[in-house]
Design a protein around this ligand. Structure first.
Ligand SMILES: [Zn+2]
Length: 134
């Protein structure tokens, strides 16, 4: 399930489409209608649904973001999922091959098997081998 299938928080009260994509729509039982501002309860509910949907994807929860925290928590050779490019791409299943370090820019990175250079810790997720990561 992706957030794309859910109505935007500001989507139409009747059909969930955003104003800019909304011309006239037929939606039972409302019939033909123009974009109507959603109620604030509706916005809240939609935001809650979108949060729930994105949480069920692979948002790293407690991944340490500094190199030191990472090195304390995860030894070299930790099995991980890595997103060398975009977080939207398919992850690489691999393992760390160095300890993490901090770049001059302040970003913490680590090297992984199969990739040269460092990958941002924000693009790394340890694989929990004993089932549920939470
Ligand atoms: Zn509508």
């Amino acid at each position: 399930m992706t957030t794309q299938s859910l109505p935007a928080p500001s989507g139409c009260r009747w059909c969930g489409l955003e104003e800019r994509e909304h011309f006239q729509r037929w939606k039972s039982p409302v019939g033909w209608h123009v974009w109507t501002e959603p109620t604030s309860d509706q916005r809240k509910e939609r935001m809650r649904e979108r949060r729930a949907a994105s949480a069920s994807v692979e948002t790293p929860k407690e991944t340490p973001l500094t190199a030191d925290e990472w090195n304390t928590a995860w030894p070299v050779g930790t099995p991980i999922l890595a997103w060398p490019g975009s977080r939207d791409a398919e992850p690489l299943t691999t393992a760390t091959r160095t300890t993490a370090w901090t770049l001059g820019s302040g970003h913490a990175v680590v090297s992984v098997e199969g990739c040269t250079g460092g990958i941002f810790l924000t693009h790394i997720q340890p694989i929990h081998q004993n089932g549920d990561p939470r």
